[in-house]
Design a protein. Structure first.
Length: 551
């Protein structure tokens, strides 16, 4: 099954590339992969029912799942007859035959057990049948007997229904009217938005149109969806930040609008409008923690939409909510979680100020904190200030301040000062935390040892990292593991994350020591970087320096 999932990812990539470029070679690739995937899908094996009426009997989970997905991909690639073929094959696996006389498949011997144990693919079939046949009767919905399955199927049916209406010449308000009434009358506001935009594993109306080569119509859909999303009607009915400002709400709107060549800045501005409505509290009141989450999410959408100049104002609002948190370490962590976003918004000086303020507040309280609280602070410094890997937690990808600075080095004018400040602040705090943590019981020290060693390694204090490794609390096996971890950190360090032409900046001034082999002039110009002429920042240019790396 892992191989089939890999093929699916390749088809998704080809279809997305085609939707953005309309390059026929991408579409041809998607068609080839989708047909091969479909042939493999219906050859998948069966599983055995573990309990219940059909215990011990085979049921066709893999065939129905991958077969339905294959039919979806064939439709999206424009292979409509093949999509009909596989749609009817999967229907027969559930015992539904005769819908399309051109594709006569016998009922599967395992259909009853399959229908009783695995109905997830039916929702895909329901949408496909609407897209392919536009029929008043939908056998997939007739197979559904749970409210959840029926609602999920209706999302997909209406996604295709609106697309078909638009392709037939209706305007967006008329095309979406029936679906809007259906969902809003049932209180399913986010489901209507998702039907217009993107559903789990399948496209909504806008992406269906985009993959059909009609980005003009897709843009109309996303504009309409955005207006619906930020309406008082929608905001008053939805509680979760995920479907308000998150990846099933504003973030999705901005990403998809950009994907189809629409006005991403306008979409991002709608996110700001929603945030202002939420802050006013007249339509919907969020909890303090949800308000913090919402502001972080909107900052990400503003950056994606090209409205980075609006981020400082949103961040200022965010700080007012963070200040209301009663827990010192939670306030500290929440402030630090904004640093990478601020750097991405070209607000590096604001990130430095935020870091300084957070450390200034937490430092006097350190002696009074529990081991768990100190552990939280240590982990936050490592992940949000100096770390190399993406931070965990939250809906969106987030990197540390220093890692984000490397990625945005070409746009940071005061790189050295901000880098030195962040590193020095982290170093001071780490050196304060270390004896406090080492003063607890050995089990607590052991729990924090890896983060301590890695943190000092990341700020290039190798002497301190080595002294921690040889601490008596660590056995020989523990020491070896810590040494390996430290070595891997040093070896994998990349001062310019995401930039393929450079990786080393010895003096951390935002200028790479050199460009990597095979870097073209075009690649270098695109990155906006200039090679460092004084890699150790000693005032002597490297061509005249006997120790250009300070060694």
């Amino acid at each position: 099954m892992a191989f089939l999932n890999g093929v699916r990812l390749s088809i998704d990539d080809a279809l997305e590339s085609y939707a953005q470029s309309l390059d026929e070679s991408d579409l041809t690739q998607a068609k080839l992969l989708a047909n091969n995937y479909a042939q493999l899908a219906v050859k998948a094996g069966y599983r055995l029912v573990r309990s219940g009426e059909y215990k011990g009997q085979p049921y066709e989970q893999y065939k129905t799942l991958h077969g339905a997905w294959a039919a979806q991909y064939l439709y999206r690639a424009g292979e409509f007859e093949a999509a009909k073929d596989y749609t009817n094959q999967v229907l027969a696996m559930y015992g539904s035959t005769g819908f399309d006389s051109n594709y006569n498949y016998s009922t599967s011997a395992y259909s009853a057990a399959t229908l009783d144990n695995y109905t997830y693919p039916i929702q895909f079939l329901a949408g496909l049948i609407e897209g392919l046949y536009q029929s008043d009767e939908n056998p997939a919905i007739m197979l559904s007997d749970s409210e959840t399955d029926i609602n999920n199927a209706q999302e997909q049916v209406y996604g295709f229904n609106i697309a078909n209406r638009l392709l037939a010449g209706e305007d967006i308000n008329s095309a979406a009217a029936q679906a809007r009434s259906f969902f809003t009358e049932n209180g399913d506001y986010s489901e209507f938005f998702r039907a217009l935009t993107s559903l789990d594993n399948v496209p909504g109306t806008g992406l269906i149109l985009s993959e059909a080569g009609r980005n003009d119509l897709a843009q109309q859909v996303f504009t309409y969806a955005g207006d619906f999303l930020v309406s008082d009607e929608y905001i008053s009915k939805e509680l979760s930040t995920t479907v308000l400002t998150g990846y099933k709400g504003c973030k999705s709107l901005v990403d998809l609008t950009a994907r189809v060549g629409g006005d991403a800045a306008s979409a991002a501005n709608k996110c700001l409008t929603m945030l202002n409505t939420l802050n006013a509290g007249d339509v919907r009141t969020l909890s303090n923690s949800s308000s913090i989450t919402a502001h972080n999410q909107v900052m990400v959408s503003l950056i994606k939409g090209g409205l980075s100049e609006q981020v400082a104002g949103v961040h200022n609002q965010l700080l007012s909510y963070i200040a209301l948190d009663e827990d010192t370490e939670d306030r500290f962590e929440a402030r630090l979680e904004t640093l990478g976003y601020l750097v991405n918004a070209n607000q590096t000086s604001l990130a430095s100020t935020t870091l300084n303020d957070a450390i200034a507040e937490i430092t006097p309280a350190l002696n009074e904190l529990t081991s768990d609280q100190l552990e939280t602070i240590l982990a936050a410094v490592k992940a949000e200030v100096i770390g190399l890997e993406a931070a965990t937690g939250g809906e969106f990808e987030r990197y540390s301040m220093l890692s984000s600075m490397g990625t945005n080095a070409a746009n940071i004018s005061d790189f050295s000062a901000n880098y030195s400040n962040a590193k020095n602040q982290a170093s001071t705090l780490l050196n304060t935390l270390e004896p406090l943590i080492l003063g607890f019981a050995n089990t607590i020290i052991a729990d924090n040892m890896e983060d301590l060693v890695n943190s000092f390694t990341l700020i290039n204090d190798i002497t301190k990292a080595q002294s921690l490794i040889t601490n008596g609390v660590n056995g020989e096996a523990d020491q070896l593991e810590l040494y390996i971890g430290m070595t891997n950190l040093v070896a994998s360090r990349d001062d310019f994350r995401g930039i393929a032409i450079a990786s080393v900046d010895t003096d951390h001034d935002g200028l790479p020591n050199f460009f990597l082999p095979n870097s073209s002039d075009e690649d270098i110009a695109l990155a906006g970087l200039i090679a460092d002429q004084d890699a150790d920042n000693d005032g002597v240019i490297d061509s005249e320096d006997t120790t250009p790396l300070g060694i």
